[in-house]
Design a protein. Structure first.
Length: 156
């Protein structure tokens, strides 16, 4: 196994192991939404989306997991500083979406059917340009304990 050595000028050498690692941060937020396609009839929307088409909305306790991959930095041993990743997730997703109506109150979701599948793609686009290090690997969103979607960017 290869290692990267770093001089510490008389304090002894430290090392960081060479290998690609995936690190993940989890955040939570609560939000309401409605699955509705305005281009289709009310009957079609009720049939396709069922109770998720409720015109008075419905809510979820979402769990968002964001994974970043890369090689540990030789000075810190981090792929990404998890505090920095948390800041990005809070500023770009949690603070914007928490206790909001995803259809009406989140600017980057306007005009998008807020299915879990669409949300992971939209979240990727919000998060990826703001990562200070590493490469975005996966965005996973749990809508419920049993239902979730994964997005791996366009590489998948």
């Amino acid at each position: 196994m290869a290692t990267r050595k770093q001089s510490t000028k008389g304090k002894g050498a430290v090392r960081s192991l060479d290998g690609e690692v995936v690190v993940t941060r989890r955040v939570h937020f609560n939000a309401a939404h409605r699955l509705h396609n305005p281009a289709r009839s009310a009957a079609w929307n009720r049939r396709v989306f069922g109770p998720c088409n409720n015109p008075r909305w419905h809510g979820h306790n979402y769990v968002l997991e964001v994974s970043v991959r890369g090689r540990p930095d030789p000075e810190t041993g981090f792929v990404i500083d998890l505090a920095a990743l948390k800041r990005v997730l809070m500023e770009r997703i949690s603070d914007v979406c928490d206790h909001r109506n995803l259809n009406e109150e989140v600017p980057f979701l306007r005009g998008i059917i807020p299915s879990t599948e669409n949300l992971v793609i939209a979240f990727w686009r919000e998060i990826e340009p703001h990562l200070p290090s590493g490469k975005l690997h996966r965005v996973r969103l749990y809508e419920t304990e049993r239902n979730f979607a994964d997005y791996y960017g366009d590489q998948a």
